[in-house]
Design a protein around this ligand. Structure first.
Ligand code: PGA
Length: 255
């Protein structure tokens, strides 16, 4: 059976980078490129740090660029100093939230159970959750990649998920920010595995987008974006440069 052709999503994970001036320049650059190609066959998303969401909401306003956040709390309000809720993100103009990124799993000891609770909170607030999974290099070396992906997905994806509110991002930890990427065959094997699980669990599992992330740049995007069951990219470093991010979007759109 051939894979459905889903409209690609190109998501920029700015991580803890940017300033008001830099954000303004980057979003203006992307808006200009999009204005010159309004029929781009891909969705564009930027995910700035929480402190800049209101600014970015104003800057992307009126364009087709969507706004997302990089994390949310499991609760919508309350005594949780320093945290931000999904309801607040939605109120600020976000449509997406990245959850369970490997940097949060590592820096904040986030477990899959917590990621699932956050995704549920995101859904309650009307947000689309981008749930990240990926193996470490040691796990890959001992041949445990697919098992790790299965258990992370099983733990991190809430039962209320549907194609309209869930995106999966496969990000091998060893490929993030390193300039190294898996081979297209390796990416294909993991994405096929994720697709088969999503189809088994959800009636619209064939329509859930599965992004690849980890050292995606304009020069390797065509190769990675044309692998079967790859429906876009989660981009870190290269999302901070307009030309690179746009190059990835063009490659994914087949333009
Ligand atoms: P990278 O990061 O593109 O800089 O490798 C990807 C990510 O962590 O989402």
């Amino acid at each position: 059976m051939t894979a459905l052709r889903l409209r690609p999503l190109i998501a920029g994970n700015w991580k803890m980078n940017g300033s008001r001036a830099q954000n303004e320049a980057l979003i203006a650059d992307l808006k200009g490129r999009l204005a010159s190609k309004p029929d781009l066959a891909a969705d564009l998303l930027v995910c700035p740090p929480a402190a800049y969401l209101m600014q970015a909401a104003r800057l992307v306003g009126g364009s087709a660029i969507a706004l997302g956040a990089q994390d949310c709390h499991t609760k919508q309000s309350g005594a949780h100093t320093g945290d931000v809720s999904a309801a607040m993100l939605a109120d600020c103009g976000c449509r997406y939230v990245i959850l369970g990124h490997s940097e949060r799993r590592a820096d904040h000891a986030e477990k899959s159970e917590q990621v699932a609770a956050k995704a549920k909170a995101a859904h309650e607030a009307g947000l689309i959750a981008i749930v990240c999974v990926g193996e470490t290099e040691a796990e890959r070396d001992r041949g445990a990649t697919l098992d790790v992906i299965s258990s992370q997905l099983e733990g991190s994806v809430p039962a209320d998920a549907a194609a309209g509110n869930l995106v999966i991002a496969y990000e091998p930890v060893w490929a993030i920010g390193t300039g190294r990427t898996p081979t297209p065959d390796d990416v294909a094997a993991v994405h096929a595995h994720i697709r088969s699980l999503l189809k088994a669990w959800f009636k619209d599992g064939a329509e859930m987008r599965i992004l690849y992330g980890g050292s995606v740049k304009a020069s390797n995007a065509a190769t990675l974006m044309h692998v079967a069951e790859v429906n876009g990219a989660l981009v870190g470093g290269a999302s901070l440069k307009g030309e690179e991010f746009w190059g990835i979007a063009l490659a994914a759109a087949g333009a």
